[in-house]
Design a protein around this ligand. Sequence first.
Ligand code: 6AU
Length: 252
Amino acid sequence: MSGLGFMSADEIRSSMASRRTRVVLAADQKSISEISHSLSQAGPSICMLKTHVDGVVDFEYTRWMDEVIRPARDMGILIFEDRKFADIGHVSKIQMLGHQRIARWADIVTAHRISGPDVIDGIHSAWEEVGRKGSVLVLAQMSSSENLLDARYTEKTVASCKGMPGVCGFIGNGSNPRSIASLRDAVGSEKLILTPGINFDPNQSVMGQRYGHPTEAIRSGADAVIVGSGIIRSDSISSAAAQYANATMDDI
Ligand code: 6AU
């Protein structure tokens, strides 16, 4: 549907390869200056910056572009808004173009498959409207305890989305290497798998999050790992990010 085309999994893989790290920073922070600081510290060790823009209490578009998006782009880091769209296609389009103007700056967004495949079209139609192209990661598994994305849901989600040109890949459960390996079997080699639920210390989990080790996740078939607390809650964001980056590249 998109006249501009889509950002492909290969384009994203080659961007990640040029960064020589498979770490996506989950900058789950409340202010623009905190996110900007984390980006400047972790930047050399990450391939993507993942945001939850609706959690930024002082959001202001011009500052967001100047202090977060432009510096990330200058470093060659892709921007990934983890909005988890799940509404009908038309509303997803409105949300992409709404207050935070996600379509103008995000290269990748997340979506649930629950509402039907039109959510993907709605998202791309927003990118098309602002003259940009991007891609969607669909949640096939989750890292949180007792989630309802069971094996049948995962199978149906992957089967219905892996052939879609507007989908670059899937979110998998990084806390469990066997889940990642079975997701990779279902997905095949073309599309990406990114896994949250990653921390060197599994005891750091709070509120039902579960954690696995970054090296295990990559060995089990993840293209990249998503790390939030393990980096942003550490004493040194730059050295923690470097340690996670090493764990995703060493001996693999
Ligand atoms: O490393 P953490 O636990 O501090 O943060 C994990 C990040 C958060 C979540 O919104 C996100 O990963 N996440 C997702 C994503 C990426 O969609 C899915 C999931 O199943 N679990 C999860 O934690 O920003």
